[in-house]
Design a protein around this ligand. Structure first.
Ligand code: GRF
Length: 198
């Protein structure tokens, strides 16, 4: 399965996919890594792995629609079977969402705590259990059909960074396992229900 992975930050989820894709039999390969900004560790990780990268900055386009179109074109050039957002901090527009299946990962148990501050919001709410979600991206923010979830405990004294690191340790495993199963077994979606396996 040909993956294009989109990143905006440290790229630890990307790194997990890069490492897994080197195992024969994993079934998926990262053919390119895209970002919305330069100078991030995620791009450095791709370069160290010898994976081609591209950057499409919103600021380089007169309007968001042109950025959406340009990004979809850059992604399409790699002929992906699946696009994976791994800490990508932009909402993908119709040109990308309508052209490719897109999988996203979120550090909370959706539908709880969607958006850019899911870890902070869960901590502030006082939940005792949070987690991470792998889901399809649709036109909304973190609203697509859920593919996999895993729980993560919240401990007294947790701050946002400590909790997010604990979540990320689980999240990267969930993402690698889920993408691997999708590559080897395929998937089907009916309504909001996702089934892995042919
Ligand atoms: C991940 O927890 C992702 O779900 C969230 O931000 C984090 C990105 O981490 N959107 P990394 O860039 O993969 O290290």
């Amino acid at each position: 399965l040909r993956l294009v992975v989109l990143v905006s930050g440290s790229g630890t989820n990307l790194q997990a996919l890069l490492d897994a894709s080197r195992e024969s039999g994993y079934g998926a390969e990262v053919v390119a890594v895209g970002a919305d900004r330069t100078g991030i560790e995620g791009l450095a990780r791709a370069e160290r792995a010898g994976v081609p990268t591209f950057v499409e900055r919103l600021a380089d386009h007169p309007h968001r629609a042109e950025w959406d179109t340009a990004l979809a074109r850059r992604i399409g050039a790699w002929k992906p079977d699946l696009v994976v957002c791994a800490g990508f901090m932009k909402i993908l527009g119709p040109p990308t969402i309508e052209a490719f299946p897109v999988v996203n990962t979120h550090p909370a148990l959706l539908p709880a705590f969607p958006g850019a501050h899911g870890v902070r919001d869960a901590l502030a709410y006082g939940v005792r259990v949070t987690g991470c979600t792998v889901m399809f991206a649709d036109a909304g923010v973190d609203t697509g059909p859920i593919i996999a979830q895993e729980t993560v405990p919240v401990y007294d004294g947790d701050d946002e960074q400590l909790l997010h690191e604990r979540i990320k340790a689980v999240e990267r495993v969930l993402l690698v396992e889920t993408i691997g199963r999708m590559a080897r077994e395929g998937w089907s979606v009916s309504g909001r229900r996702v089934r892995l396996g042919g």
